[in-house]
Design a binder for this molecule. Structure first.
Ligand code: MG
Ligand code: MG
Length: 248
């Protein structure tokens, strides 16, 4: 049942994770205001390829771009294109890479210019819920301890935690077992074992947790039009502290 990775495989996955981390760091340095999401996607693809990696999402089930770029009420899986990013918006950027056949996967939400306190806090608490969940990703814990910690952290602030989309195991495939929900009981799910690699990725909404798919077949939006934030890391369960592969 445990899709545990070897030490050598984890070191390859760390390289894939580092490519994604450096690319998300590059996005931090950009002035997104006035840029189109398509232009941002091109910069991201070039940055991934310049590190000798392959964009992990391009062509995945037919996805047309290197990054998923989702603005405000778009939760995840937004398709880059002609939309211009404007001050006051929050933009979630989700990136995958492939190095020597293994995936890295990470996401962050960025502020465009000045944003409202409401959106700033949503971003902060979504990141806090991710990091609180990662801190529970320890040997012999059930996966549900991670999930319930994320849920309680975000819902404790009155936010909606998306149910329909979840995190996942990751390795030679972008999506491997087990599913990693951002909600549930501490007693749910498998027991975590050293060598398990998980992509943990809370999607947290200012309002309702309910999402729907746009007619493009990809973009997920909130049912009430309120904003959503998304943070994701690829992590390894170890003998001691969780090891985050998508940080440099
Ligand atoms: Mg992702
Ligand atoms: Mg993912």
């Amino acid at each position: 049942m445990c899709e545990c990775k070897t030490k050598d495989e984890i070191e390859i996955m760390r390289r894939a994770g580092n490519v994604v981390a450096r690319t998300l760091d590059m996005v931090e340095e950009l002035n997104l205001e006035g840029m189109t999401t398509g232009e941002l996607d091109s910069l991201i693809e070039d940055h991934i390829r310049s590190q000798g990696a392959v964009p992990g999402f391009k062509g995945y089930h037919g996805f047309p771009a290197a990054a998923c770029i989702s603005i405000d009420d778009e939760v995840v899986h937004g398709i880059p294109g002609k939309r211009i990013m404007k001050a006051g918006e929050i933009v979630s950027v989700d990136i995958g890479s492939i190095v020597d056949g293994f995936y890295g996967d990470s996401a962050r939400t960025y502020a465009v210019g000045d944003i409202s306190d409401e959106k700033r806090l949503l971003m902060e608490w979504t990141k806090k819920s991710l990091m609180a969940g990662i801190d529970k990703a320890r040997k012999n814990n059930k996966l549900g301890v991670v999930s319930s910690t994320i849920q309680l952290t975000a819902e404790g602030q009155g936010y909606g935690v998306v149910r329909r989309l979840v995190g996942h195991g990751i390795g030679r495939k972008l999506h491997e077992p087990p599913q990693v929900p951002n909600f549930g009981s501490p007693n749910d799910g498998p027991v975590l074992r050293p060598g398990m690699v998980l992509a943990i990725e809370p999607m947290v909404n200012l309002g309702s947790e309910v999402v729907k798919t746009m007619p493009d077949g990809w973009t997920e939006i909130t049912i009430d039009g309120k904003s959503s934030a998304h943070y994701e890391h690829t992590i390894v369960i170890t003998e001691s502290d969780p090891d985050i592969l998508t940080l440099v």
